[in-house]
Design a protein around this ligand. Structure first.
Ligand code: S3P
Length: 436
């Protein structure tokens, strides 16, 4: 825990920021590369604490992972069936993606693996993954009736069977866990989601030669023969739009600013923040559009016009911006009128209860600005003054820390109780903020 005082910027900001690697894609690159027989270079890997949890777990499962530089790895696996039983407890740290995807990846295997995590992860729901995997035949046990960490994936004696699963939540972690289990199951695995969540697993499995089809929010995977599973020799990780989000908002709310955000991933399942900020009146352009590693990339140019207004959205867009809600709420504080975010109950089961955290902390900065009505979050933009240099809590949640920092930098300063949690997804966040 380290406190940090964020000073307000004296004037608008400008320049270029190169956006670090995508967290979701970095996890998946390491996991899938470790299932191949050949060395895979992972370029623009995000060296955040969450992705390093995945690296440590995959090493404990027998993968060879060399750190070539700060953002490049070489991963060598022993084939689709080649993971080995870990002698140590797998520690997923703060990372839901590490834990949930690995439960899926390990559940079809004849091996025992026990998982632990930090205090936050230990409170987060795991039944959403354990239940569908159990329907496939997995033998997973966990605390409180198989709902929470600690969890153990125990050896199966029979192959899993593919299922058709109607997921009650639009969650890429749930979908990915089921698809990864489906790689070694008998028959097809189908996941229906209420709305399509991020589809990086699907794109990357396709790049490994897996027969995987997506129609609307339905995904169907046919298990490959082990010899046909072949990751590409390079996984190039796009910049993380969830990290670019902080600079999009900072520049959008500061009149006269102009920032270029280089190398940002603009996969359709992730670009909800651009749609919402534009609906609030923000000026964002995409240039230099290209493809890399099956993912679309662009440079984003954002200009601060000082002219944002409130907006409204609901379930259909939430999966496309789920991690950006704290910083969208930050933008909404600077907008005229109300911003109404419906059906955002998933916020309650993130690294902290983000719905409550936004309400508690935003109301310290601008009293009366944030309220919840059931699973709707409402921000009353500019309903009062920004109080200067208010002490606020991050709850050890990286996205709360960065969203609160954006508010402080754009207007009246804030004092964060813990700045180090940004290491989870954006270790260079403070350098970039302080470099403007
Ligand atoms: C992620 C999926 C999302 C997101 C998380 C990363 C992933 O979680 O919030 O930060 O990499 O699959 P859910 O699947 O729980 O919505």
């Amino acid at each position: 825990m380290n406190n940090k005082k964020i000073h307000p910027f004296a004037e608008s900001i400008g320049g270029t920021v190169r956006i670090p690697g995508d967290k979701s894609v970095s996890h998946r690159a390491v996991m899938l590369a470790a299932l191949g027989n050949q060395s895979v270079t992972v370029k623009n890997f995000l060296r955040g604490a969450d992705c390093l949890s995945t690296v440590n777990c995959m090493r404990a499962l027998g993968a060879n992972i060399e750190e070539i530089s700060a953002d490049e790895l070489i991963v060598t696996g022993k084939g689709l069936n080649g993971l080995t039983e870990p002698t140590e407890i797998l520690n997923a740290g703060n990372s839901g993606t590490t834990l949930r995807l690995l439960m899926g990846l390990l559940s079809p295997r004849r091996m025992f693996a026990a998982f632990c995590g930090d205090a936050s992860l230990t409170k987060r729901p795991m039944a959403r993954v354990i239940q569908p995997l159990s329907l496939m035949g997995a033998k997973i046990v966990g605390r409180a009736g198989n709902k929470f960490l600690p969890v153990a994936v125990t050896p199966v004696t029979q192959n899993l069977t593919g299922i058709t699963y109607d997921s009650p939540v639009a969650s890429a972690q749930v979908k990915s866990a089921i698809l990864l289990a489906g790689l070694l199951a008998e028959g097809e695995t189908t996941v229906n989601e209420p709305y399509l969540s991020r589809n990086h697993t699907e794109k990357m499995l396709a790049a490994c030669g897996v027969d995987i089809r997506q129609t609307g929010s339905t995904t169907v995977l046919s298990p490959p023969a082990a010899r046909d599973f072949a990751p590409p020799s390079v996984f190039e990780v796009p910049g993380d739009i969830s990290s670019a989000a902080y600079w999009l908002v900072l520049a959008a709310v500061m009149k006269g600013s102009r920032l270029t955000l280089k190398n940002t991933g603009v996969n359709e399942t992730r670009t909800g923040i651009i749609d919402v900020l534009r609906s609030m009146g923000a000026d964002i352009t995409l240039t230099n559009k290209r493809q890399s590693g099956g993912e679309p990339l662009a440079d984003l140019i954002v200009t601060g016009n000082g002219n944002l207004h409130g907006t409204a959205f609901g379930a259909e867009i939430v999966p496309r911006l789920i991690d950006e809600i704290p910083v969208i709420a930050a933008a909404a504080l600077f907008a005229d009128g109300d911003t109404v975010m419906r059906e955002v109950s998933e916020l309650r089961v993130k690294e902290t209860d983000r719905l409550q955290a936004i309400i508690d902390e935003f109301n310290k900065i601008m009293p009366g600005s944030a309220v919840a009505d059931g699973d709707t979050l409402i921000i009353h933009g500019r309903c009062g003054e920004f109080l200067p240099n208010i002490p606020v809590k991050t709850y050890g949640d990286h996205r709360m820390a960065m969203a609160l920092a954006v508010i402080g930098a754009a207007k009246a300063g804030v004092c964060l109780d813990d700045a180090s949690c940004v290491d989870i997804s954006y270790p260079t966040f403070w350098n970039t903020l302080e470099g403007f």
